[in-house]
Design a protein around this ligand. Structure first.
Ligand SMILES: Cc1cc2nc3c(=O)[nH]c(=O)nc-3n(C[C@H](O)[C@H](O)[C@H](O)COP(=O)(O)OP(=O)(O)OC[C@H]3O[C@@H](n4cnc5c(N)ncnc54)[C@H](O)[C@@H]3O)c2cc1C
Length: 225
């Protein structure tokens, strides 16, 4: 049976970052991803300047694969159009999701992380209440067990592992609409504002003057936004 220092479930940003970090410190790591590729569903487009991320992704990614924005973030609370305005103290970097994931995959592979696709983790393997491995269904339909010194649940908001340990994921999510508005309060061509609308369940009909925007429907529980 295969044994690793780290068995990581999910090849999203968290799992890939965990794998790279482990491998760079000399640990043997495997990432199990149920999709055909890493990060199969686009889930984001921006982050703030951050020394850890810069060190992880490298200057090239920040300087060539992102565009920068110095504008503030505007948060609109449920039921009210105007909310907290957070001035941009640190530069925001926008990127294309697949470019971001591709960069993480390249770094993981360079560091020697094994990434298995079409590996759908079914359940944790427990020994005396401690998670010592996982069972996953491979692309050929076989159920395979893999063990490790540590198992990391990086399988997103509906984590199969988290659900075994009663993490209330269905209560942690909030539907949100993000909007790069072209009628923001400053010149968007120079410094666009990124607007976040936190929308309470059933509140959307109240937003009569909704500006043109890109909409992300965040899932809440079993529903899709
Ligand atoms: C629409 C949207 C927009 C967002 N925008 C931003 C943003 O701009 N900036 C920001 O910082 N954050 C943003 N977020 C949040 C951010 O995307 C998440 O915090 C981030 O993706 C979490 O990374 P993760 O690796 O934990 O999970 P995920 O990105 O969800 O990755 C989980 C991975 O686990 C895999 N997986 C799931 N179940 C299994 C299983 N049973 N077996 C094997 N693999 C499995 C999935 O296929 C996936 O690849 C956004 C989220 C959404 C939904």
């Amino acid at each position: 049976m295969d044994f690793y220092d780290f068995v990581i479930v999910g090849a999203g940003p968290a799992g890939l970052t965990a794998g790279i970090t482990a491998a760079r410190k000399g640990f043997k790591a495997i990432i199990l991803e149920k999709g055909k590729t890493a990060g199969p569903k686009p889930r984001g487009e921006s982050f703030r300047e951050n020394p850890f991320l810069r060190n992880l992704l490298g200057d090239y990614f920040f300087d060539n694969d992102c565009f920068q924005m110095a504008g503030g973030l505007v948060f609109h609370s449920p039921g009210a159009l105007k909310g907290a305005v957070k001035p941009g103290k640190k530069t925001l970097y926008f990127f294309e999701w697949h470019t971001f994931i591709r960069r993480l995959v390249d770094l993981a592979e360079d560091a020697g992380v094994e990434i298995k696709h079409n590996a759908n983790v079914l359940n944790p393997v427990l020994k005396n209440g401690v998670c010592t491995g996982v069972k996953y269904k491979a692309g050929n339909g076989r159920v395979v067990q893999v063990n490790g010194n540590a198992v990391m649940a990086c399988d997103g908001y509906k984590s199969i592992l988290g659900s075994y340990f009663d993490v209330p994921y269905d209560k942690l999510n909030c539907p949100m609409i993000k909007c790069l508005a072209d009628n923001a309060n400053i010149d968007v061509a120079q410094t666009p504002d990124l607007q976040f609308y936190f929308v309470g369940n059933g509140d959307l009909p109240d937003f009569h003057d909704f500006p043109p925007c890109v909409v992300y429907g965040f899932p809440i529980g079993e529903q899709n936004g």
